[in-house]
Design a protein around this ligand. Structure first.
Ligand code: NAP
Length: 679
């Protein structure tokens, strides 16, 4: 059988592994199938290429350009994923596992692409928060902005997710505008290599945006500088070694770590045997033990249940695990494949030996189990193994040793405070879950345990049909955790993009802030055109373009008519004496919604034109009551423009209503969709 030479992609060229490359075995047959690593990789050129070719090309694009690029990459991978499925079986993964790794990775890219278009501007600067007023007259203000770092993102990934592990980091880095050098774990790097080949084949990535190191990284980390970032996923041991490198410390290089985690799950006191919630819990535990043969950073390692439920729970999980078919991952009947390598299998057996000093193995014998369709003596197969620890308070290892395989330990708790204290003994985890219908229990756990976990997952009969699973990190939600989980944070939507950007506090005049942020700031220049802004297309409208309306008086008849027409006869509008007793009003006042409606009446241009729809209002504030006899006028200014599709874009208008004395009465952002072309 020929051995695949796994290549690296260095400064625009594929480079083969050399004679010193590490050999990689099939998880299923134990045969050597590939080799990876090249001692002579020119890491200096890689950094130079990323920083000076990839970085500038990505930074020249807007967030929306990059989001479109990520969507195109995801679409291309989706069209070619069969090839990734085919080669991934050798890592021990089943077809169901591929859905997590390959489809999960592609799905993550789609989410980042969509978030980039919907939640980020079509410009190169991301605004963090609102304008901070720093002066009385408003001539000096503040705005936090985020811009991409000018270095490279070095992504060092674990073996268990050769595709998702790369894509969940690559998507936010590319969206930020930062090129990546990806270093997958050697054991499964042949899958990542093929995925990188597909990403490059798609033809949508600028040169230098993506490079790959298969095998060792050489002296790469010693050459990083303060504009680079390292995002590491793997064991705590390796994380400590890498993050404490002198160069990383001396140059304050960002180092994000996702490392091992003793995730826990709790059967709520209400979820007793026989209830759907109990069934749900058994499902979640057995699924987390066996998906990816338990090699999931989020897998449930510690299972807590009320002492009275322990026997029923052990029996139920054992019954479920008895149905698991261990064997050839490519066979349709197989429900659990192999671990990634025999080294990993040995590591799990060593860890089980440690756990055995605290806990009794109640299911799964590694020396005696059936493997279907493969040779158990050659492949890295293990059965699911369930342990029972009767005394978790005095246990030495169950809260400290991660057996990164199909292994969980069941333990009793007395009451919620006890359960919370046991939850927190994991010293910081990626995720903890609770199956309960009791919202008070959920709140007690959230307050007592939130600081110890990156994610808390609650599930019950109301949410079980649509819930996504304890072990599924979602691109919308933060993935990471404190303490031994690494102290890192990934994904979480736009939050994940920020890891590749620098937040900078900008202080200056409204004109300066407007130009930098591409968002009009009150106090900056206002432009008046002879045509009404509602007659001008999306592209014709300029930031700062303003319409100032005339005054309109509000009469008592207006207030009464509006009240009876809408049904809003709230006393502040109808009963003068009652309104006066209210600390906010001088007497009867106009409805806030009446003011908004009159404002629209003042500023709209009624003819059919480029304004297609009013899609909402943001940040609405009523500052000063308006009484009968007062008048209002409107200033409408183009604040920001965001293309939405091929035919129209969103215009954000800064709207302020003032009275006859030029006092601010209300302000808000009005959102409209405006056509690119008339007709
Ligand atoms: P590992 O042995 O720590 O390796 C992780 C990565 O670091 C691999 O790419 C490895 O490359 C690389 N590496 C090792 N030494 C290095 C060095 N001196 N310089 C540069 N890179 C180096 O971990 P693993 O066995 O692959 O993964 C299993 C562990 O990862 C488990 O503990 C699991 O909990 C954790 N994990 C955590 C998460 C999370 O999101 N928190 C996700 C998945 C896995 P080589 O393979 O070439 O050595």
């Amino acid at each position: 059988m020929s051995i695949q030479n796994v290549r690296s992609f260095v400064a625009g060229q594929w480079v083969r592994s050399d004679d010193n490359a590490r050999l990689i075995q099939s998880a299923v047959t134990g045969e050597t199938i590939a080799c990876a690593g090249n001692d002579t990789l020119d890491t200096e050129s890689m950094l130079d290429y990323g920083r000076n070719v990839g970085g500038p090309a990505l930074r020249a694009l807007t967030f929306h350009d990059r989001a479109r690029m990520i969507k195109a990459l995801a679409t291309y991978l989706n069209d070619h994923k069969q090839a990734l499925y085919d080669i991934s079986f050798a890592t021990g993964a089943t077809q169901k596992d591929h859905l997590i790794d390959i489809d999960g990775g592609i799905g993550t890219m789609f989410v980042f692409a969509s978030k980039g278009r919907r939640e980020m501007p079509d410009s190169q600067v991301y605004l963090d928060g609102n304008i901070e007023p720093l002066s009385r007259q408003g001539t000096f203000q503040g705005q936090h902005i985020c811009t991409p770092i000018h270095g490279v993102a070095v992504h060092i990934n674990a073996f268990n997710f050769p595709v998702w592990g790369m894509l969940e980091k690559l998507a936010p880095a590319l969206l930020a505008g930062v090129p990546a050098i990806v270093k997958p774990a050697t054991a499964s790097c042949y899958v990542t290599e093929h995925c990188v080949q597909l990403l490059l084949d798609s033809g949508v990535l600028p040169d230098g945006a993506l490079q790959l190191i298969s095998g060792g990284v050489g002296n790469l980390l010693d050459q990083l500088d303060s504009q680079d970032v390292v995002s590491f996923t793997g064991s705590a041991h390796t994380a400590v070694a890498l993050r404490s490198k002198a160069n990383i410390i001396e140059k304050s290089i960002r180092f994000i770590a996702e490392q091992d985690s003793l995730n826990a799950s709790m059967l709520g006191p209400d979820a007793i045997a026989g209830t759907p919630a109990f069934e749900l819990f058994v499902n979640e535990v057995s699924r987390e033990m066996t998906a990816k043969a338990g090699q999931k950073c989020t897998a449930i390692r510690r299972v807590f249940a009320p002492a009275l439920q322990i026997d029923s729970l052990l029996e139920a999980i054992k019954a479920r695990l008895a149905k698991i078919v261990v064997g050839d991952p490519a066979a349709a009947a197989t429900t659990m494949g192999a671990l990634v390598s025999n080294d990993q299998k040995q590591d799990v057996l060593d860890k089980i030996a440690l756990l055995a000093t605290d806990a009794e193995r109640v299911f799964g014998d590694p020396d005696n189990f059936e493997v279907k369709g493969a040779d158990a003596s050659k492949g890295a197969f293990l059965p699911p193994m369930l342990l029972h620890c009767a005394s978790p308070d005095i246990a030495k290892h169950v809260h400290d040793v991660e057996a990164f395989g199909p292994v969980s330990t069941v333990m009793p708790y007395r009451d919620i405070p006890h359960a919370v204290s046991l939850f927190n003994r994991g010293q910081g985890s990626l995720v903890a879950s609770v199956i309960t219908h009791d919202a008070d229990v959920a709140r007690e756990v959230a307050l007592g345990s939130g600081a110890f976990h990156g994610r808390l997952y609650f599930n019950n009969r109301d949410s079980m049909k649509e819930s996504t699973g304890h072990g599924s990190p979602l691109p919308h939600m933060v993935h990471g955790g404190p303490g031994r989980a690494g102290g890192g944070e990934e994904m979480g939507g736009v939050r994940g993009v920020m890891h590749y950007m620098q937040r900078t506090a900008i202080q200056g005049s409204p004109e300066i802030l407007s130009k930098i942020s591409q968002r009009w700031v009150p106090g900056a220049q206002q432009i008046t055109q002879k045509d009404h802004p509602f007659t001008r297309t999306f592209h014709e409208l300029e930031l700062g373009e303003t319409l100032n309306t005339g005054l309109r008086e509000i009469t008592i008849a207006d207030i009464e008519q509006f009240a009876h027409f809408t049904g809003d006869t709230f006393y502040a509008h109808m009963d003068d004496a009652a309104a006066r007793r209210n600390p906010f009003f001088p007497g009867r006042v106009a409805h806030g919604y009446l003011l908004l409606s009159f404002a629209a009446g003042l500023f709209v241009q009624p003819d059919e034109g480029p304004v297609l729809a009013n899609t909402g209002l943001d940040n609405l504030r009523f500052m000063k009551p308006v009484e009968a006899g007062d008048s209002i006028q409107v200033r409408l200014t183009v604040k920001q423009k965001t293309p939405r599709n091929d035919t129209y874009g969103e215009v954000r208008w800064d709207v302020s209503l003032s009275n006859q004395n030029s006092e601010l009465v209300a302000e808000y952002d009005l959102l409209t969709m405006n056509a690119y072309q008339l007709g």
